[in-house]
Write a protein that binds this ligand. Structure first.
Ligand SMILES: Nc1nc2c(ncn2[C@@H]2O[C@H](COP(=O)(O)OP(=O)(O)OP(=O)(O)O)[C@@H](O)[C@H]2O)c(=O)[nH]1
Ligand SMILES: [Mg+2]
Length: 405
């Protein structure tokens, strides 16, 4: 082999080596490219799956809207907001609602720390030696001041006097226990306060209509209640049947966005509330929701007007699904005045439960007793503030312990 042949073989070897290196580099580049395009694809895919799941509750509404868009002669009456999409758009996600156990602990602490005159005053009088007739009158006055109501106050004093005679207790702990037992009796320790919507059976949405005088907290409570159901893994639809002003529906939409719950509303001020309620019932039915919560207006001139409007809402909803729960929202700070208005609502539509709002702050807890006596329905929920999770099921034990804390 001469020098020339050796040189040619060496050149060939180098050329093959270069070709192999080039091939390896090319393959590597292709693999990296494939990786970088695959990742966003799968993220986009999962996002679209999530979105389609989140919006699946609204499919029927969207179909309805599409149909309406194809038939412009039929003006769309209502529309359903898509909270998850809206929340993402604004860069915020619905917050996780607080658990019921944690709410009850807060209820107790809030009641204990609020300026509640009932427990403390009673306790101060009852731990004195030799209670005079005047002292017992003070006990009764204290109960009246705390909105317990005349009849119930009298009954409670009678029972406490009997207890005192029998036991002759002056030991603070014994007096506290005695008070607790009597208050629990009068508040109703075994009353069924469960919301019909939480009973497991259904197959169709449970409907809750919120009623009450304006400013008591209907819209706020509807929003908080939606979160309470979401915390229990229920699928919820909100219906904005307060059509007096667009702001009322906007307020409900904001609550819907906070919890990822769709809201059926009308864009028109002064639209027929019953027609919004009807559309909300149909949306809830078609999307297989567990619960439909309907917010109503509080500003109605007279009882006939009220009966007419609330009666119509109930009737149209019942074309789709039965109305199992009508919750009267009552502001605990309005005392006797609120009670009178509450009676009118109770007569106009019939109520199945009471939500007592604004029990935080300086509210007088005794109104629970009065409300239940006067209206003949249990207090089922209590509002403890303006926060999204400041609503808790009414628990007599926590309530009474909170008052006597
Ligand atoms: N402190 C406190 N404020 C509450 C509570 N519930 C509601 N509110 C406040 O009460 C005010 C009225 O509440 P809304 O929910 O708008 O009352 P509404 O009954 O829907 O009023 P209308 O729509 O005008 O009939 C708002 O400022 C709420 O934040 C509560 O439990 N505690
Ligand atoms: Mg309202």
């Amino acid at each position: 082999m001469d020098t020339m042949e050796i040189v040619i073989i060496a050149i060939l070897c180098i050329a093959v080596g270069v070709a192999l290196i080039a091939l390896a580099l090319h393959m590597n580049a292709k693999r990296k490219q494939a990786q970088s395009t695959n990742q966003p694809q799968s993220a986009a895919q999962s996002e679209s799956v999530e979105q389609s799941q989140a919006l699946s509750a609204d499919t029927s509404q969207q179909q309805q809207q599409t149909q309406q868009a194809q038939q412009p002669q039929k003006q769309p009456q209502t529309q359903s907001t898509q909270p998850n999409a809206a929340a993402t758009e604004h860069g915020s996600q619905p917050q996780e609602p607080e658990s019921i156990a944690s709410r009850l602990t807060r209820l107790k602490a809030k009641l204990g720390s609020s300026a509640n005159p009932l427990g403390k005053a009673l306790f101060n009088i009852l731990t004195q030696d030799n209670l005079s007739e005047e002292d017992w009158e003070d006990v009764e006055d204290t109960l009246l001041l705390a909105d317990v109501g005349a009849e119930a106050s009298e009954q409670l004093v009678e029972e406490l006097r009997r207890d005192a005679r029998i036991h002759g207790e002056r030991d603070p702990q014994a007096v506290r226990d005695m008070l607790k037992e009597r208050l629990l009796d009068i508040v109703g320790r075994d009353t069924d306060r469960s919301l019909v919507a939480l009973r497991e059976d259904a197959g169709q949405p449970s409907v809750i209509i919120m009623v009450g005088v304006n400013g008591t907290g209907k819209t706020t409570t509807a929003g908080k209640l939606a979160r309470l159901f979401v915390a229990q893994h229920k699928q919820v639809v909100l219906g904005a049947a307060d059509t007096f002003r667009a702001a009322a529906a906007d307020q409900l939409v904001t609550w819907g966005e906070r919890s990822g719950v769709p809201v059926v509303r009308s864009e028109k001020d002064g639209a027929d509330p019953a027609s919004v309620a009807f559309d909300a019932a149909r949306t809830a039915q078609e999307s297989h929701a567990d619960v439909l919560i309907i917010d109503t207006a509080g500003r109605l001139q007279n009882k006939a007007n009220l009966m007419d409007e609330l009666g119509k809402i109930r009737r149209v909803v019942e074309k789709t699904t039965p109305v199992e729960e009508v919750l009267l929202v009552l502001d605990a700070t309005t005392g006797q005045n609120g009670m009178m208005q509450a009676k009118v609502f109770a007569e106009a539509i019939g109520i199945t439960g009471v939500v007592l709002t604004k029990l935080d702050g300086s509210a007088k807890g005794g109104i629970v007793v009065n409300v239940q006596r006067e209206l003949g329905v249990p207090v089922k929920l209590v509002g403890l503030g303006e926060g999204p999770d400041d609503l808790a099921p009414f628990d007599p034990q926590s309530f009474v312990e909170g008052m006597l804390a």
